[in-house]
Design a protein around this ligand. Structure first.
Ligand code: ZN
Ligand code: FE
Length: 260
């Protein structure tokens, strides 16, 4: 069987100062989905430039820097808005309210909802297997993870473990360009990690060229993201917590990051 070229195209759209939105376009169906709407301007400009019409807006969580563009983009396109049922009281009005484990058709392909509480309690991620992509918002970030504004460390660790279990070739589409500062922290807790040192150099080169470091590859996160490594023996040894429960190690590292 010849390998069919995928009709799905993923585009990263820089917004505000350090936010990212993502467009997923299906060239067979003509549909275009937006993941998070930090502001309308850059997204509308990208749609315009490519001649795409927005059909869906999928939201990861309620924070302003992820939803502020919704009203204007919806008004311009009539796109349906998708978000967490649990947070429907504090998200923009939803056309489709989804919960953990739900599967639905988005952009002509299957999307699955993963509840990832921690940064906020209603935070969700979307896994789109055909695009080899997961839209993780402010949960799993490049060499980092979101701050615990609402959930506990244990909840966030469980959420990260769900994302960690996705195929390693998954592109992690996260909400912010925090990669370089995340890398500095990661190296401070695990200075002997050669993969990490190499990635930090790669990221520095990308930033020098003005490129986004997002999306990142889950396989790279597994080797270098301190928040995915709380149960890895060499990492536990590096932070002096060998044999401790993973959630406790995660909590310790998250606290270190808060004061870094
Ligand atoms: Zn947020
Ligand atoms: Fe954010």
């Amino acid at each position: 069987m010849p390998n069919e070229p995928s009709p799905l195209l993923l585009v990263t759209v820089p917004c505000r100062t350090d936010n990212y939105a993502f467009l997923l376009h299906n060239s067979e169906t003509g549909q275009t989905a937006l993941f998070d709407a930090p502001d309308a301007g850059p997204v509308a400009a990208e749609l315009d430039r490519r001649g795409w019409t927005l059909t869906d807006i999928a939201l990861t969580h309620h924070h302003g820097d992820h939803v502020e563009g919704v009203a204007s983009l919806r008004a311009a396109s009539g796109a349906q808005v998708i978000g967490a049922k649990a947070d429907s009281h504090r998200l923009p009005p939803l056309d489709l309210a989804v919960s953990d484990g739900d599967s639905f058709t988005l952009c002509g392909t299957q999307a699955r909802v993963i509840a990832v509480p921690g940064h906020t309690l209603g935070h969700i991620a979307y896994h789109v297997p055909a695009a080899h992509a997961a839209f993780a918002g402010d949960t799993l970030m490049a060499m980092g993870c979101g701050r615990l504004f609402e959930g506990t460390a244990e909840q966030m660790w469980d959420s990260l473990c769900k994302l960690r279990a996705l195929p390693p070739e998954t592109l992690i589409c996260s909400g912010h360009e925090y990669t370089q500062s995340n890398g500095r922290f990661a190296l401070s807790v695990e200075p002997g990690n050669a993969d990490l040192a190499a990635r930090i150099q790669r990221v520095a080169d990308q930033r020098e060229r003005g490129e986004a470091t997002i999306p990142s590859l889950l396989a790279d996160e597994l080797r270098t993201n301190p928040f995915l490594r709380a149960d890895v023996a060499s990492f536990q040894a590096a932070v002096g917590l060998s044999g401790e429960p993973a959630a406790a190690v995660f909590a310790h590292v998250r606290k270190l990051k808060d004061h870094f």
